[in-house]
Design a protein around this ligand. Structure first.
Ligand code: ADE
Length: 352
């Protein structure tokens, strides 16, 4: 139950949430917004997810009710915010985008919930980082669309229920396991976003290039796709870097050779691994004889924080089969040894 003091008394002034924030605040947002697909027919990949969502959306429209609350989880850059915006467009509703770290105080979440209109979508990124008080404010809001609050002090303490419009909460997280179970249980639809295959990424790259008027042929797009770690956000970033390279070093057109030269210059290898990924594998191979090694030890040796390794680097390395998570820590896989020519881990050979 949220406590509001007398002086705050149910006047919900502009809170910091009303300044829309999102997962990409530190990233180039205008670029993201321009190329972001608006409808399902422009959205490439995630076909199982799209099929499920289309049915839920059609049913919600027929029933003239908001969609069930939705939780998306999966590694960063796979389009959780994008698909939430597509849903809002398909439902013809508004979307408010915020993230859990911006909802620190009760009045932050209350303020945003009070300004919703019927059918609106509230998107909360990094929802696993929501604090307990904000979470508890969300429970009755999600379940029965009211806010449960007390006002006044001591003897004058009064409990009040404030109805709010029926809305849809879309939560996004890179760590589904870190969500409390009462919160997770309140989502009617829970979906994992998958890494994109090379063909899907090629299409994403071609679409982005067309919107941004970048000249690229199919082989050029395929070359970038192969090194984009299954992630559209990375693919789109590499298109821009490759475009710059093509303008400076060639005729401005991205073909296979220009793409490969540009990516070599950026030190992104044929698997899409960058210097940090390689350093991480190298540490396991060289310093820990292939592992297992604990994540904290790995983070210290690499000079990165645990969260960045877990959220950014590791999911792709695990998905590619280069490292394995074991109860005793991270291990290099036999496949990694094969790809990087490590014949005997115990020899402490360097990977690169
Ligand atoms: N840009 C980023 N993600 C995309 C996707 N899934 N489809 C089309 N364009 C995108």
């Amino acid at each position: 139950m949220a406590i509001i003091s007398d002086d705050e008394n149910i006047k919900f002034e502009k809170t910091k949430n009303e300044d829309i924030t999102s997962e990409e605040t530190s990233y180039d947002m205008s670029f993201e917004t321009n190329i972001r697909p608006k409808h399902f027919d422009e959205y490439i990949g995630q076909s199982a997810l799209k099929a499920t969502l289309k049915i839920s959306i059609e049913a919600a429209k027929k029933r003239e009710l908001p969609l069930d609350h939705i939780l998306f989880y999966g590694p960063p850059g796979l389009g959780k915010t994008t698909i939430a915006s597509v849903i809002a467009n398909e439902m013809n509703t508004n979307i408010k985008i915020t993230s859990a770290p911006a909802l620190e105080r009760p009045r932050d979440i209350i303020g945003i919930l009070m300004t919703l209109k019927p059918g609106d979508i509230l998107f909360i990124d990094e929802i696993h980082r929501l604090n307990k008080i904000s979470e508890e404010i969300l429970y009755p809001a999600m379940e029965d669309f009211y806010l449960d609050m007390t006002t006044g002090k001591a003897q004058t303490l009064k409990s009040i229920r404030i109805p709010i419009p029926k809305f849809t909460l879309i939560g996004a997280t890179t760590k589904a396991g870190a969500l409390s179970s009462p919160l997770r249980d309140r989502f009617g639809i829970i979906h994992r976003l998958e890494f994109y295959n090379d063909e899907e990424l090629t299409q994403v790259i071609q679409r982005t290039a067309k919107i941004l008027d970048i000249k690229i042929n199919v082989k050029g797009a395929q070359a970038i796709a192969k090194r984009s770690r299954g992630t559209p956000r990375i693919a789109n970033r590499l298109v821009k870097r490759t475009r710059d390279y093509a303008i400076v070093k060639s005729n401005g057109i991205i073909d296979e050779k220009t793409a490969n030269d540009a990516l070599d210059t950026l030190q992104i290898d044929k698997y899409g691994l960058d210097n940090t990924d390689r350093a991480l594998l190298n540490i396991i191979a060289d310093k820990y004889q292939g592992g297992p090694v604990g994540i904290e030890t790995l983070a210290t040796a690499l000079g990165e924080d645990v969260k960045t390794i877990e959220d950014v680097y590791e999911p792709f390395l695990v998905q590619k089969g280069f490292i394995q998570r074991t109860p005793r820590g991270r291990k290099l896989s036999p496949y990694a040894c094969k790809c990087f020519n490590i014949s005997n881990i115990d020899l402490q050979q360097s990977l690169f």
